[in-house]
Design a binder for this molecule. Structure first.
Ligand SMILES: [Zn+2]
Ligand SMILES: [Zn+2]
Length: 285
């Protein structure tokens, strides 16, 4: 009996030695904190030399059957809280006022999304477009009662199959832009070669720009208010290609030229490849 114990013991020692040697010098593998996934499983991939090692390897779990893994978020598209929606329209429809929608994929929308409640949109590095839209209501059409705050990096492209190619239209509602890139470059000149609004306000709508990049097919019209049913645009940040937000000439006399730049802020400009970029900064900077 004693002999057997010794044998088992030495066998164990032998085993652990083998495992040790298979690990190389250092058995404490290191792993990414983010998940890696395939269609069926998720895991943490090794960051050490043992690239085959997988930590927490397991099948996806989807308790609420929304097409997204509850553990690693594989399959996430537009997420509100812990609920995944496979279209952005559904996310906006179902999101409770005050909630945040986070993008996990790019969406090419059929037409602009109408916003009539308070929503925070986290672009999360993803892009929104309206390539085939014939309406031209903007990627977001924010009406009275709507308040859309846009955070994060990503592109909002208003380029569509229409005469407007607006990116953001605050039509009685409010929009706060903290980040993202806004463009309609390539807007169809067959409709109009001179005038495409990028950020447009009307009917008392209000846009506050705290950051972001803005590049309009027709730079003069990067920021514009309807001439009679006016709205408000306040700029406290952002980079504007070929458009000086402190010296716009889009508004009717006697308001022309006009500045959209808030008190306490100023414009600094730099030229890159023959395009002047106007950056809005606080006066103190
Ligand atoms: Zn290792
Ligand atoms: Zn998973």
């Amino acid at each position: 009996m004693k002999k057997l114990k010794i044998t088992i013991c030495s066998l164990l020692v032998l085993c652990s030695c083998f495992v040790l040697s298979a690990c190389g010098e250092n058995c404490d593998h290191t792993f990414e904190t983010k998940w890696t996934a395939n269609e069926t499983h998720h895991w943490h991939a090794a960051t050490c030399e043992h690239v085959e090692e997988k930590k927490d390897y397991a099948e996806h779990v989807d308790t609420n059957k929304d097409g997204m893994c509850d553990v690693c978020m594989y399959g996430a598209q537009a997420v509100v809280g812990n609920v995944n929606y496979n279209t952005l329209e559904l996310a906006f429809e179902n999101a409770e006022a005050g909630s945040t929608i986070t993008l996990y994929k790019n969406f090419d929308l059929q037409t602009g999304i109408i916003v009539t409640k308070e929503i925070v949109l986290d672009l999360n590095g993803k892009n929104l477009s309206v390539t085939n839209d014939t309406e031209g209501v903007g990627v977001f059409w924010v009406k009275a009662g709507g308040k859309l705050t846009i955070n994060g990096d990503g592109v909002i492209n208003g380029l569509g199959n229409n005469a407007y190619s607006i990116a953001i239209w605050a039509d009685g509602g409010e929009v706060i832009i903290n980040g993202g890139s806004y463009t309609n470059v390539g807007a169809n000149s067959a409709f109009d070669s001179e005038h495409f609004d990028l950020i447009y306000v009307k009917n008392g709508g209000r846009v506050t720009i705290n950051g972001g990049n803005f590049k309009c097919e027709t730079p003069k019209w990067t920021l514009n208010s309807n001439d009679t049913l006016v709205g408000t645009i306040v700029v406290k940040g952002g980079v504007f290609a070929g458009f000086d937000p402190s010296n716009a000439d889009t508004e009717p006399a006697p308001n022309n030229p006009c500045s959209f730049v808030a008190d306490g802020y100023k414009v600094v400009s730099t030229e890159i490849d023959q395009v002047t970029y106007y950056t809005v900064v606080a006066d103190a900077e």
